[in-house]
Design a protein around this ligand. Structure first.
Ligand code: SAM
Length: 474
């Protein structure tokens, strides 16, 4: 591969300065095919299921050493598989799995992913929060924020807000709010050269000199948003020292009181070499192990972290028609879910945005002035038809259900390799068989085996397909 001269000059100088980092094979690694990977939902699968699914989907159950739910994938991972549509897995380049593992999200934490689209890392963070706490996933580019929304919805994670904002605006409105912040920064993308020919063109336009000041600005905003005692994980997919070790040193000089959290040695992750400008930082080198180039560092801000709390949502006075809409939404939930499923919604408040009904985890007035792409959990829409209230559930709510929480007569488990599931994903009507023991009228959840995919509406032997048009297989 023909690499930019500016890049090879920079890397020659880098390896000259860091003789303790092996350079042999570095340039040759750009001619190798990029390593593929697959990461499973930590919410929907356990360790045993993950290994079995990795083998059947990609032909190998070899784990990525730095990611507890990630596997190397020797073969292409299809996005046409029903398990993908059910949010069971996400094809992800192995090195890109490191930052969300390092941030180690714990239920109850309030976490900001500042540069989130398309969302591989945000999805993992949301899964690890298990619906407790809050993930604010931000993407500055509106078109990319739509891809982020789709990926988040597919995982079925709850407790997520998606913003389309600048880091500066978030800092102005939410100072000292977050326990942890992920900055998977826009960068010169040198680690992407071998995978994406467009990355070289983009490097020529937005090389390190242009992007380094942007990274510093993002870090400064993150500092404002972060609580005392909070943590930042900063990562890039570039080799350039100015955007990595030296960039973080410059940030730490401007903001004294941060320290690097060192992580135990992990196979395949090069912990800082003795000559590193930032002891404790980590790199993944494409010539030393399978995976693209990546940099990651975990920082801690001085101080004691206080417990997180979110203001509760209190429903305002509603018109009778709106109360009717909410009652219809509740009825839909009771028709589909068993008592354990309904428990999840205990104490949750419903809010209305126009005709849309949302379940609220907290009062979103704290987000005032910020552009939101997604707030609350969208349950569905209502409308009045004469004196009747008609409720149409959203498909995305079905992805948030667990199989064990759905009533037996409201769940149609389709074989992942069956013709019926392909037809469902294409938006066609499904015909019930004698073995399908379902209610004869109303909404049901349709799943790939035990993993909910979406909704249908039964009428006799036919199931009307409610899988959204934009999500369908073509
Ligand atoms: N974390 C993402 C994931 O796992 O899928 C990948 C993020 S990508 C490396 C960097 C993102 O930063 C891009 O989506 C880009 O639109 C966004 N970005 C670009 N300039 C930015 C800025 N000034 N502030 C915040 N984000 C920016």
């Amino acid at each position: 591969m023909r690499l930019p001269v500016k890049f090879t000059d920079e890397m020659d100088a880098f390896f000259e300065r860091h003789k303790d980092i092996p350079s042999e094979g570095f340039y040759e690694s750009f001619d190798l095919e990029g390593q593929k990977g697959i990461r499973f939902s930590t919410m929907k699968t356990d360790e045993e299921e993950r290994s079995a699914l990795a083998s059947s989907l990609s032909g190998s159950d070899e784990k990525v050493p730095w990611c507890s739910c990630g596997f190397y994938a020797p073969n292409d991972i299809s996005n046409n598989n029903p398990y993908y549509h059910a949010g069971v897995y996400y094809p992800q380049e192995p090195s890109a799995m490191l930052p969300a593992e390092v941030i180690n999200a714990r239920p109850g934490e309030i976490i900001l992913d500042l540069c989130a689209a398309p969302g591989g890392k945000a999805c993992r963070i949301g899964e690890d929060l298990k619906g407790e706490g809050l993930l604010v996933a931000n993407e500055i580019n509106y078109d990319r924020s739509k891809a982020l929304l789709r990926n988040i919805e597919r995982t079925g994670i709850t407790g997520v807000v998606i913003l389309n904002e600048t880091p500066e605006n978030i800092a102005a409105r939410l100072p000292g709010f977050f326990d942890k912040i992920l900055i998977d920064a826009p960068c010169s993308g040198e680690g992407m050269f071998r995978r994406d020919p467009g990355a070289i063109k983009s490097y020529e336009e937005y090389g390190p000199a242009k992007i380094s000041p942007v990274q510093q600005q993002i870090l400064d905003s993150a500092d404002i948003c972060l609580k005392e005692g909070g943590e930042i994980v900063y990562s890039t997919c570039t080799f350039c020292e100015d955007e990595n070790e030296l960039g973080i040193r410059s940030f730490m000089e401007r903001h004294p009181g941060y320290e690097v959290i060192s992580h135990p040695e992990i196979k395949g992750v090069a912990h800082s070499a003795p000559s590193s400008a930032l002891p404790g930082s980590m790199r993944i080198w494409p010539h030393l192990n399978p995976g693209d180039g990546h940099f990651c560092v975990h920082l801690k801000k001085k101080g004691i972290r206080t417990a997180s709390s979110l203001p509760s949502f209190v429903s305002k006075g509603l018109k009778a028609s709106e109360r009717g809409g909410i009652d219809a939404a509740r009825q839909f939930l009771s028709d589909c879910l068993n008592s354990s499923g309904l428990k999840r919604f205990d104490g949750k408040q419903f809010a209305l945005h126009g005709q849309g009904i949302f379940l609220m985890d907290f009062d979103e007035k704290i987000l005032k002035g910020l552009k939101t792409v997604k707030t609350g959990l969208y349950v569905g829409d209502f409308r009045l038809a004469g004196s009747k209230t008609v409720f149409t559930p959203s498909n995305s709510i079905a992805l948030t259900f667990n199989r064990c929480d759905i009533r037996e007569d409201s769940y149609l488990a389709l074989e992942p390799s069956s013709d019926r599931i392909t037809r469902y994903l294409k938006g066609e009507t499904i015909t019930l068989t004698d073995e399908d023991n379902l209610k004869d009228k109303g909404y049901i959840v349709i799943g790939a085996g035990d993993f909910p995919l979406g909704l249908g509406k039964v009428s006799g032997r036919q199931v009307k397909n409610l899988y959204p048009k934009a999500w369908r297989l073509i």
